[in-house]
Structures are given as C-alpha cells and as structure tokens.
Design a protein around this ligand. Structure first.
Ligand code: FAD
Length: 387
C-alpha cells in the first residue's frame, strides 16, 4: 500500500482523497507517535489527552460521523486512518476507536439532541474524552448476563455495579455505561466525576501498554432522568456500537502487521549470516512471501467491507469475517516476523514484539475470535451455538 508490500496494486483503486487522508495520518504518526511509542509502552504511560487533542485537530475523532463538528468521512478513509494509527501502535488506534466508534457513535446514534450538542463537538476536538463500559468482571463475551443495574428513584436513576477492562476509563470525562433495567439493557451517559463513580487504572498489562485501561465501580450513582440514551433499547444497541468499532480494527490490525513486515524486510536485507543477507535464504523468502500474501488478502477484505459500508449494505456477520481473519493473520505475521529478527525480535528497540503483544488484546476485545467464529457459524448453519 504505497509500499513494495502492495503486491496487487490495491493503492490504485483508492481515490485521491483517500490517499491524501492516509498520507496526513501517516505523517502525524511518524512525527508524533513513532519517536516516543517504545518509551510509552515500556513505561506503561501515554499522554492520551494530549494525543486526543492532536488527533482532534486533524478531525480523526468521530471522523466517520456527520454533524456536531465531525468530519463525515467515508468508511474507507476512516479505515485507512485506523491502519496508519495502528502502524504506530494498537493502543494509539484504540484511543481513537473507543472515542469515535464506541463513545461518540453511541451518543450520535442513540442520544438526545441535548446529548449530542453537549458532548459531540467537545469529543470531536479531543477536549472531552469518552469511554464505553460494557464488559464486567464476571461477564465479557456474554454481556446479556450483565449485573450492573439501573433502577428508578422518582425521576432519577440509581446505578450500581462494576465495569472492567474499560479503555480510557481513568481519563474519561463521560462514560457510556450499559446497565440492566426493568425494561432490559439501557445505556446511560455518566459524567465520570459523579459521586459514587470511581475509575481505577489497571496496571501490569503485558499488552496495549500505550493505552489507558481501567475498571469502573458504580456505587449508588444518582443520575437525572435525561442521563438515559433515549434510543438505545436492548442489547442490540451496544452490539451495534461494537460492529461499528470492529470496522476500524479490520483495517487497524493490518497497520500493525505492515509495520512488522516493513521492519522485517529491512532487517533481513541488511543482517548477514552464513555470508549472505537473511533475505537471500529461501526459507526466509518463503516466510516473507506467505506473510505478504496474507497481508494483501487482508487488505482486499478490508477494502471490500469498507466499500460495502460506504454503500450502506454491510452486515454485522460480514464484519465478523474481517475481524476474525485480519486480527488472526496480523498476529501470525507479527510472530513470524519476530523469528526473522532473531534475538533482536524480542527487543524493544524494534517494534515487532510490541505489535505482537498488542495484537493479543486486539484478538480478545471487540469479540474474541471464538465469538466471531460463532457468528459466522450461525450465518452458515442457521443454528446458534453461543450458549
Ligand atoms: C486492553 C483491553 C481493552 C478493552 N477495552 C474495553 C472497553 O473499552 N470496553 C469494554 O466494554 N470492554 C473492553 N475490553 C473487554 C473485552 O471486550 C473482553 O475482554 C472480551 O469481550 C472478552 O471477555 P473476557 O475477557 O471476559 O473473556 P471471556 O468471555 O471470559 O472468554 C474467555 C475465553 O472463553 C471463550 N469463550 C467465551 N464464550 C464462549 C463460547 N460461547 N464458546 C466458545 N468459547 C467461548 C472466549 O472466546 C475466550 O477465549 C477490553 C479488553 C482489553 C484486553
């Protein structure tokens, strides 16, 4: 894609606008992310608020949404931006995905006009940060079993429960929190400084270390009636947000894989053993060829799904095909690249192990591989094998 890796000349099928957006994001990642990301990862600290404001200035937050200060970009352009961001780091792409495709999308799709006016313009510039709380300590793949509850008290709502593994929670201004009510699952906009809300950072992650993750405790949190997202009724609402965010992951995972492949191609060209560069060994070329073929197949898949999204016909089970394939293949590529770098492959001096470790989280969040296999299995057989 603009590189020797683009074996199929996919680049030529992109519009001028798509290529320009890609170039702008690539430059931003080169200037603002690449020089620092190994340090952020090692320290487990990332200047997320600062990055959010820079991404906001470029229109990357809620980029595919329309109105309220959002750029209204097509799905393919948004996907290309995700690819470039994740070529920097999956954690950096996660910041943008959670803000734009989970928190902002939920407000944009299900919020009242007041919610949209209050939050979306500030979130689009990165002045306000959002998080999306669906997963709980005891309920991950099966959110229908959630135990976080919201009950009426006069006109108010009272929330009790806990959310776990929530990206951006410790730095968020607002949380889109999903809770069980007498009318089924509903979504609430929770100012994160509300009395009874605590968001503790989850430390000691071995993956996505350049991303802030937290657990949220909700202890008798009193919210006004208008905290409820009026149009979000039932579990379909949060699931539709996940379908939205997964589209960015389909592209993003290819970015991490591309960075691994480019690093490896350049390493193999200069590292000499047995009197010749690693790139000159047939066994190395077999690995490189197989990885490049998978990467190109993944790119065609992402582009196809992006074009379906832009045509308005994309189905959730089709997104599952992309999430399952592209993250799984990206992780295989990252691990294979690591072998070609030998001992240097385990060093933080090179990005490969960082990407591989990050992709372990990407494989798990937004639906694990197994959950996407079950979605595709149901499409193929008509039988649900979830429970
Ligand atoms: C870094 C990070 C950031 C995250 N950010 C967010 C966020 O912002 N918001 C949010 O809500 N969540 C977030 N998550 C949570 C993520 O979505 C969950 O981890 C994921 O849904 C899986 O849930 P779990 O970890 O509880 O695993 P479990 O559901 O306990 O699954 C464990 C294993 O069992 C398998 N399994 C489960 N059910 C079945 C089945 N029916 N058949 C076969 N196998 C099955 C799974 O595939 C998996 O391999 C994040 C996670 C990580 C790691």
């Amino acid at each position: 894609m603009g590189t020797v890796l683009d074996l199929l000349d996919v680049d030529a099928s992109l519009s001028e606008e798509e290529r320009q957006i890609r170039a702008v994001v690539r430059r931003l990642v080169d200037d603002r992310v690449r020089p620092h990301v190994a340090g952020w990862y090692e320290d487990g600290r990332v200047p997320a608020r600062e990055l959010a404001r820079e991404f906001g200035r470029l229109g990357l937050l809620g980029m595919h949404l329309t109105g309220y200060g959002c750029a209204g970009a097509p799905a393919v352009a948004y996907g290309l931006a995700c690819l470039e961001l994740e070529a920097g780091d999956s954690g950096v792409r996660s910041l943008v995905s959670v803000q734009g495709s989970l928190a902002m999308y939920a407000i944009w799709r299900f919020g009242s006009e007041d919610h949209k006016q209050r939050w979306l313009p500030a979130m689009a510039t990165g002045e306000a940060i959002g998080c999306f709380g669906l997963t709980e300590p005891d309920h991950g793949s099966d959110p229908a079993s959630m135990t976080t509850r919201a009950r009426r008290d006069g006109d108010d709502w009272i929330l009790d429960g806990a959310k776990m593994w929530i990206t951006n929670a410790p730095i968020a201004d607002v949380g889109v929190i999903w809770a069980r009510t007498d009318e089924g699952v509903r979504g609430f906009l929770v100012p994160m400084d509300s009395p009874g809300v605590t968001a503790r950072e989850i430390r000691r992650k071995m993956s996505l270390r350049a991303s802030v993750t937290g657990e949220i405790a909700l202890d008798g949190v009193r919210l006004p009636a208008d905290a409820l997202l009026p149009a979000a009724v039932g579990l379909r609402a949060p699931l539709s947000c996940l379908t939205e965010a997964r589209q960015g992951i389909v592209w993003g995972a290819l970015g991490a894989a591309r960075d691994c492949l480019e690093t490896t191609l350049s390493y193999a060209a200069t590292r000499t053993q047995f009197g010749r560069p690693l790139a000159g060994f047939q066994l190395t070329q077999a690995k490189l060829a197989d990885m490049a073929v998978e990467w190109n197949k993944g790119l065609l898949l992402a582009l196809h799904l992006g074009r379906l999204a832009d045509a308005g016909t994309l189905r959730p089970d089709q997104v599952s095909v992309g999430k399952l394939n592209n993250v799984r293949e990206a992780l295989t590529i990252a691990r294979q690249c690591r072998t070609i770098l030998g001992a240097n492959g385990v060093s933080g001096e090179y990005p490969v192990m960082r990407h591989a470790n990050n992709l372990e989280s990407v494989l798990t969040y937004e639906g694990t591989s197994e959950i996407h296999q079950l979605v595709i299995g149901q499409r193929l057989t008509g039988l649900s094998a979830f429970g």
